[in-house]
Design a protein around this ligand. Sequence first.
Ligand code: UDP
Length: 467
Amino acid sequence: MLQQVSVGPRALEAYRGIAPNDVIDDLLRVSKDFKGARVVHVNATPYGGGVSELLRSAIPILNDLGLVAHWKTIVGDARFFEVTKKIHNGLQGASDDLTAADREAYLSTSRRNAELFEEDYDFVFLHDPQPAAILTMHGKRAARWIWRCHIDTSAPNPNVWSFLRGYMNEFDAAVFTMKKFVPSDFPMSNIDIVPPAIDPLSPKNMPLADDTARQALQWIGIELARPLITQVSRFDPWKDPMGVIEVYRMLRAEFPLLQLAMVGSMALDDPEGWDIYRQIVEKVRRDPDIHVFTNLVGVGNVEVNAFQRLSRVVIQKSIREGFGLVVSETMWKTTPVVAGSTGGIPLQMADGVGGMLVDSTEECASAVRSLLLDPNRGHDLARRGRERVRRHFLLPRLLLNELRLMKELASASGNRDASWRSSRDPVCGLLIRPDDLTATVEGQTFRFCSDSCRSEFLRQTQNNRIN
Ligand code: UDP
């Protein structure tokens, strides 16, 4: 049997008054059709990275709604995870091709995992490339199978993508974070767009008394009378940790008391993490004001919560990013973010809320500088960022998206019901809110999560008319 991850209980009602209540009510309504339905989410690791973060929070609520929801992780040795990280990097555009031996290592472990997949379910969600080939090897049986891709696959390495693509045909649906991530030759048409979300009640995001947060950081050597900037990320080249150090060094002369914390978790499926960690430690060896922490030395959820609250600015200097949960996590705590304008980050920070988007190390340093000099402006941006997270990026919305997709798949035709389109932003696919911005085109009214999406839509409609 695949390894089942234990999770605690959590009632959906606990989110009432925190997440939008209409989303909670919709979720209760839609879930009535799923009492007793068996659903499993399968990924590669029980800790480290955004997917495990999501599943740890989502599974308890699905169970509270009356489903029988399980979270299982695949098995794999170091060689397998080396290959899956190569696949992950290739899907994000890295040039390294898969060798015949890489493919065989991936397929033989996938066969093993397909054998270990013993129980029967009504719905199976396979997350990211690591478990993706299990469906082909296991066969569908009575279940509906969904591939949930969290990666920016808009410009994949053709060698890597053509290999993985061969295992996509049989899925009943695929879910991407953004429309633009869907590869143009994706082999099936039932595609849903669902951005991830954060859990406002998890230890990472729950309210934390200022005093407790301060104690947690002082305990590990942060001096809170001095300014602090932080990046919280797996140690991964796509998160540009070396760029973050450059940014800090560019600012150091002007802010001599500045401290930088690099908080990174090691994930079971990310062997590259250790190499990058060692390179960072080597690079900052002579700088006592750069602190490098990992989950392995006890910097866990509560400490991350404290860092995201007490930093003057949180950086997320990604070069490629599927979504970047850390951005919503930080905005939720009304701390300003300076982040790479890539992948799902501009969606979270649409219309400039939450902080500043940047495209280079110089821009990043300049944005951090301006927020350090003008904390009021940072606070104002961050406050609006928190409201955007509340409206669009909290867990109940994500679960509502998933249950609606399951409902479509369960219906005999598998077709989207007519209300599906009108309930979504036509540009980014987010579920729209009753008081969101509107635009009327040819007598039809559309709603948008942000002014950026509305402008993009009007631009596209204009272009279509001209063409
Ligand atoms: N994270 C953590 N400790 C760390 C570094 C990261 O708990 O030291 C968490 C972070 O708070 C977030 C997740 O790991 O919840 C990372 O998700 P994200 O979507 O930002 O990136 P991914 O790792 O999935 O690429």
